[in-house]
Structures are given as C-alpha cells and as structure tokens.
Design a protein around this ligand. Structure first.
Ligand code: BGC
Length: 814
C-alpha cells in the first residue's frame, strides 16, 4: 500500500498561507514534532505559542502527573457508554474542557472510541461500547462539548486498536466491511461533529502501521473532509514514510523517526508540499484553540464538575437485577447494614494506564453509605483480598522529614551523589511522565518519609517499580532487588509495575523511618525521561477463609449486606489484555458465603468491563457501577437509598461464562490478528450464535415501571416516534432503543443492529413521545460504497436488544 503525496488543502486553511510563507524549512520540520512530552513547538515570530496536549479522556491530567495538581476524575468511558445519554456526554466534554483550561491544556487526548470487540480487551473501561452507533452518538456529543468550549478533542486510536496484546506491532486484519460498518463509524461521526484532531494508533491495519496507512487519507481526509491534525499515539511514528502519509504531528517530540525530516526535503527524498500541509493544519488547530495571534482561548462554560461527576456516575450505573430489596428501606425498614469488600473501602474509580488522573478526593462507597443512611448502624469487613501488589501509604500516616508536613521528599541524585533536584510530594505513588524533574539525567531517586502505622502487627512493606530498588526501614536494608518486568510496554511496565516486599513488625503510633532508593536508566524503555514507583504495603492474604467467615458473620448480624466486588489495577489497564473474566481473589466465594448468611444481599460490581458473576441468580440485587469516577461512592449511596434511580443500560453484553463469549481472540498469530468474526461482534455475535448471555446489550432496570405504547414511522421517512408511559410511582429514565432487522436480505447481515436511541424521562403516570432519527445510512451496508438494499426493514423498539415489544416496517424502494 503506498500513500499518494497530496497537496489538498481544506478551504478553512487558505487564509493561513501567508504565515506558512514566513517559515523556514527547519521551523516547519520542528513544528510537526512535539517540543517535548506534551507540548508543541512555539514560533513567536508568527504569533504562535506552544500548545499543550493531555490525557484524557475521563478528566484531564495536565502536563504533570502530580498529586499536588489534582484533576476532576470523571466516570470511565464505559460508564459514559452505559448512560446512553448524548446530552450528558456533551456536558462531560464541556467539563473536560473546563478542566483543560484550568490546567492550560489546549488539546484533550480523547475520547477513546475503539470498540469492545472482545471483553478481554484491557482498555475497555476507556471505550464506550461494543456497538458503533452508540459509540458514535456519544463520541460526537463529547467532541461537541469540548470544542464548543474552545478545547480540541482527539478521538483515538484510529483505528482497530481494540485490544492491547502486542499493540505496538500487531497487524490487524478487520476485513473491509467490518472496518467500514463497525470500527470506522465512531471516528466518522466524530469527524462529522467537527473534531479538530484525531490520534493515529500504534497498530498496523492490513500490513501498514497506522501512522503510515492510507486510511489516514482515505476515508479520513478525502471522503469525510477532516481538516484537523492527526496526532500520533506516543512514539507511534516509526519512519519518514509517515510524512507523505497524512500523519501531521509526531508525539512526543522531537521524534527520532523524523529527525531527518528537513534534510530529506532538502535532498528530494520528501516533498515539501506534504510538510506544508501538516504545518497549515497545525496552524489551523492553533487558531481554533486560541494559540495563534492575540485572541487567546474562547471562554469556557462554568460547570460544577463534582456535581457532574456524581450525576454521570448515577447515569452510568446499571441495575442488573432487583427482587425488590432496592431502594433500601422501601420494602422493609433497614436499621443495620454490613458493608463488605475491598472495593467498598478502596473503590477503583478509574482504570489504569495513561488515562489516569489524580483526583483531589475520592468518595468510597463505605463512607458514602455511612453518610447516606445516618440512622443505620454500618459495619465493615474486608471479606477478600483484591489488591495485587503494594498500595500507597495513606497520606495521613506519612510525614515529610524535611518539612514536617504530610508527605515525603523525592531527591534526584547524579552519579557522584550530588543533589540535582528535590521536591516535596503528598503521595507515595509517584509517576514522572513529563514535568520538570531531571529523570533523564539523574542516576538515582531517593524517596524519604516517616510512616506512623495505625495498627500493630506484621505488614508487608515494599515498593512497586520497574528498576532496581533498595528499601531501608529505620536504617536497615529490607529489600534490595529489581522486580521482574514482563515486556517493554509503556503502560504495563511503567504504570503498573510489579512489587517486592519484606515483612516488618510495626507498632501502632510508633514512627518508622522509610527510605527507598531507585536506580534510574536501567530500564529498557521505548521512552526516556519516564519513571514511576510506589512505596507502600501489600495486603495480607494469609487467612482468606477467616476473612470470608468474618464477613458472613457481619452479614448475618445485619438487616442488609452490601458487598462491593471488583477488579484491581492488575486486571484492567493499558498495555495488556485480560486473561479471563473472573473477579480476582476469593470474591465469588465471598459473595456466596454472604448470601448464605443473609439473603438480603446487594452486590455492587466495581469493574470497567464485563466480569463473570456466577452467583447472579442468588443475590437480591446487583448494581454495576463501572469505574464511576471520584464521586462513585456518593452515586452508590444515592442509588441504594433511592435518592436517585440508576440510569445505566449495558453498553456491552455481559456473559455468564468466558467460554460462552463468541469473540475472544485478542492474541496475534505471527504478528497478525484476524477479525474472523467479520461484522458480528458483541450482541450481533451472540445473536448469530443463538446463545443467551447473562445480561443482554441494552439491559438495565430502574425503580419505576413502563409500558411501551406505540411506534409510528414518520411520513417522510427516516425517523420513528415512540410513545412510552411511566406506570410506576416515581419519576424515571428509560432508554428507547431502535434496532433494524432484514430477515431475507441478499447480503450477510447481523440478525439485528442498533440504528438509533434516545433517553426519555417521565414523571409517575406520565406518557411521553420521542422521535428517534434513523437516517438511511444506518440501514446501509458497505459494498465499496454505502448501499441501501431495497425492500422491507423491520424496526423494533424496546428496552434491550432482547426485549423489543414495538415493531414497525419500512420499505425502501429500488
Ligand atoms: C496511549 C494514548 C495516550 C498516550 C499519551 C499512549 O500510550 O495509547 O492513549 O494518549 O499514551 O499518554
């Protein structure tokens, strides 16, 4: 596949030609590569300042990974997917814009709009859905919310980065129809919504790495009319072959693969017009975000981010089942609650990897339940160990020996032991990923704190990291080793490294001097200047049966048990896929024991993507919280008490067992990953297999009842009006889902596919109608162009792909 050199300039760019003419070849070559990790090159002579790019997408971290500069932690992408609510996605984007401006960020690296092709994909928590239409609708809204507030969106990762195994090199073969009808659809709609940037993926498609792939030109530019900047995923630019391809900005920079760019233009290996095109697009982006000239950025909407985070967590929580126990206190009074589970006290509010943001506060379900049900007595039991490796020492138990304040000192030393840089930090989980610290030039980092434990006993003190470390406790060397890192993937090795610990006897209230030293520069990394380490305590898993027994005892003694189960940071993150869909540790045994002790048990599932729930039939109610962001606990409190109705509907099919899942393969063979299933992923694949999942796509209950009254196809076509009535006793939300069927089609099709959706809200007793657009394109299939097969289509409507009470028919003339 060769990419034609192209000099097409979108009309929006013509007025920037005079600026282009003022630039030298070297300036132009510098501008299309980052200045560093997160910023672009400034050119003051044409009034261009540096632009800052930042992850994204569930909040905005900012150019420094630093707990002293906290960010709003919004619910994960899959939680937003579960809301099915484009209006919410718009406000979510606007909240991200307001965070971006607060942190001087111009370009947010999100939304992540790859599809949930297989539930084993490690980064599913970041993506919206298994369905292209749902993902596309939310992506377009998110882009609008950001960009209407003057901040660029960067939908990513274009394209077919749907799993993580060998992500830098995997050659994905999706097949043309699947590419067009599934994987490209969310990008197409994000571009239609006006995306100012887009991120090219690490992987190859059909043998060509994405930063050099024709798909950057066609359909992105030529067919969809994209006039923005294609930003590479970090280090994804591999050679000068990406210059004639429509790859516009190499990040981070300066990019080694483009070091020779100006020279290659001079000696005729590359065409200057290809470089000019990139420069013009960067200038247009700069103009759009207010980085060019005197205008400055557009004003940004004022948003109560904390309130939005809570609302989004409620709207993204799915009530999977409920025998009437929820809301608590309605069926029978509740005066005592046993709260159980690691994730009840230490919920995961986001997945791992580059998407991580550092929130100012996190509300745990345990604290929120205590606050939401003040009259009830609330007990807590851990029940089962979930955490894998060390967790940071709590801030309230560490003192910085230099300042006397909560925290620690981090000191960077050169080879001779001279101090290069010191900073006072407020966390023992530290990542340097951009920022000012001399990670590239120092030889060692020393972390030093005083730890005062709350309880006496034996603890497993240690560190997580990718390089050699030495840990001293009260001056005594207790660990001196290098954790074994598998692979060199940035996400896996740096953001989720393995741990080493030593058993240490501690006494409550008695301070210990804790000092950890790490050798820099001995890590085989695709990026230099990056470092992460956590000093902390690993969980004690020496008596798992005892933990379960204590939890069952607490459940038996309470009116109601609330068990929060979930995944841990080693299960859902970036740089690797999942090996199975099980809850880690003994959590399934824990739930069974608690239910046996008290049938009035609610299980809250705290995971970013599907897990297998083998006890699902036995518990009174299941709430799926996804990774609900910093206000997750409050959302759970609101849902349990009935102050709010859980608004979510499954954006992805939940299987009963791994073996039932139709699309599982995420492991390339000889470097190639073939999407054998073609256009049948997610619920389409389940329908084709004739198999029933545990919970179907679109499923989710609320706290009220509905009737599905009527469907009417609009006279001039391409919309349906659906009428529903809230027959229950409280206001509620319903998601109207419209699916098409074409049973006797001449082409291979899914049995049924989503063509439109809308959120409706109604008071008790109220009847509401909503018009859902279904443009002809949503019935079309790809034959080298979009083709709508003539004949009759059934349009079926209901609350999930498996429950469709309303039906109408459309006939498309030949
Ligand atoms: C991820 C991107 C991210 C980038 C910068 C990459 O490893 O795949 O999603 O935006 O890092 O952190």
């Amino acid at each position: 596949m060769t990419t034609p050199a192209t000099s097409i300039q979108p009309p929006a760019i013509q007025h920037l030609l005079p600026l282009l003419e003022q630039l030298t070849l070297d300036e132009k070559a510098a501008l299309v590569q980052g200045a560093d990790f997160w910023t672009t090159v400034p050119l003051p002579k044409i009034g261009l300042r540096a632009m800052t790019l930042s992850d994204g997408p569930a909040g905005v971290r900012g150019p420094r990974w630093d707990e002293r500069e906290p960010s709003l932690n919004l619910p994960s992408g899959s939680a937003l997917g579960a809301s099915w609510d484009a209006d919410l996605a718009y406000r979510y984007g606007a909240a991200a814009a307001s965070e971006a401006r607060r942190k001087d960020v111009d370009v947010v690296l999100g939304p992540t709009i790859n599809l949930h092709r297989s539930p084993l994909g490690g980064r599913h928590f970041e993506c919206f859905s298994e369905d292209p239409e749902l993902s596309a609708g939310l992506a377009a809204a998110y882009v609008g919310g950001l960009q209407d507030n003057g901040v660029a969106a960067t939908p990513k990762h274009y394209v077919a980065n749907d799993s993580e195994t060998d992500r830098f090199t995997v050659d994905v073969r999706p097949g043309e129809r699947a590419l067009r009808e599934l994987y490209l659809v969310p990008f197409e709609r994000a571009v239609e919504a006006g995306a100012w940037a887009l991120m090219s993926a690490y992987n190859a498609v059909d043998g060509v790495t994405m930063t050099e792939n024709d798909l950057l030109e066609d359909p992105l530019n030529s067919e969809w009319g994209f006039d923005g900047v294609v930003v590479s995923d970090w280090t994804a630019v591999r050679s000068l072959a990406s210059v004639p391809a429509a790859q516009d900005l190499a990040m981070p920079g300066p990019a080694p693969a483009w070091a020779d760019l100006a020279e290659a233009v001079r000696d005729g290996r590359l065409n200057e017009a290809d470089l000019d095109r990139k420069v013009l697009r960067l200038l247009l982006l700069a103009e759009r975000v207010g980085a060019l000239g005197d205008g400055g950025p557009a004003p940004v909407a004022v948003i109560d981010g904390v309130a939005l985070a809570r609302e989004a967590a409620i709207e993204g929580s799915v009530l999977l089942s409920n025998d009437g126990l929820l809301p608590l206190g309605v069926a029978s009074p509740v005066s005592s609650i046993a709260v159980i589970g690691h994730n009840a006290r230490e919920a995961r509010t986001q997945g791992g990897g580059s998407a991580t943001v550092l929130p100012e506060r996190v509300v745990s379900p345990l604290d929120a339940i205590r606050a939401a049900v003040p009259h009830a007595s609330v007990t807590y039991e851990l029940g089962a160990v979930v955490q894998d490796g060390v967790a940071a020492l709590p801030l309230e138990h560490i003192t910085n020996p230099r300042t006397g304040e909560p925290g620690l000192t981090a000191t960077f030393l050169d080879a001779g032991g001279a101090e290069l840089f010191t900073e006072d930090r407020r966390s023992t989980a530290l990542v340097w990923f951009g920022g000012d610290a001399p990670v590239g030039s120092a030889e060692r980092i020393v972390l030093h704190t005083t730890y005062t434990p709350e309880e006496s006993g034996r603890v497993l003190l240690g560190f997580a990291g990718a390089s050699h470390g030495r840990l001293f406790v009260d001056g005594e060397l207790v660990v001196d080793d290098q954790p074994v890192v598998t692979g060199t993937d940035l996400g896996a090795a740096f953001l989720n490294p393995p741990s080493l610990t030593a058993a240490v006897e501690v006494t409550a209230g008695q301070a210990l001097d804790v000092r950890a030293e790490f050798l820099l520069g001995d890590v085989d990394s695709p990026l230099t200047g990056v470092f992460s380490a956590t000093v902390g305590i690993a969980p004690d898993d020496s008596d798992p049966d005892g933990l379960i027994a204590r939890a069952a005892g607490a459940a038996a003694a309470a009116d109601v048990a609330v068990v929060v189960v979930g995944t841990n940071s080693k299960v859902e993150s970036e740089g690797y896929d999942r090996e199975n869909l099980d809850l880690p540790g003994r959590q399934d045994d824990l739930v069974r024991a608690v239910v046996a002790a008290n049938p009035r048990t609610v299980v809250i599932v705290n995971a970013g993507s599907p897990v297998v729930l083998p006890w699902a039939e036995d518990v009174a109610a299941i709430v799926l919280g996804y990774f609900g962001g910093q206000e997750f606990g409050h959302a759970i409190g609101d849902i349990l008490t009935g102050d709010a109705e859980p608004g979510g509907r499954l954006p992805t099919t939940w299987p009963a067992a791994l073996a039932d899942v139709p699309v599982l393969d995420v492991t390339p063979q000889d470097g190639v990953l073939i999407y054998d299933e073609g256009i049948h992923i997610g619920y389409r694949a389940w329908l084709r297999a004739g198999a029933a999942p545990a919970f179907p796509f679109g499923h989710g209950l609320g706290y009220t009842d509905w009737t599905w009254d009527a469907i009417e196809a609009d006279a001039d076509g391409y919309a349906v009006t659906v009428t529903v009535t809230n027959t229950g006793r409280r206001a509620g939300k319903q998601v109207v889902q419209v699916y098409a069927e074409r049973p006797d089609s001449a082409v291979e099709r899914p049995e049924r596919w989503l063509v439109g959706f809308a959120v409706v809200r109604a008071d008790a007793g109220e009847t509401v109608s909503v018009s859902v657009p279904v443009p002809a394109r949503r019935l079309a299939h790809w034959t080298g162009e979009w083709t709508v097969e003539p004949g009759a289509y059934a349009l079926r409507v209901g609350p999930s792909v498996a429950e469709l009470p309303l039906r109408t028919e459309w006939t498309v003339d030949a």
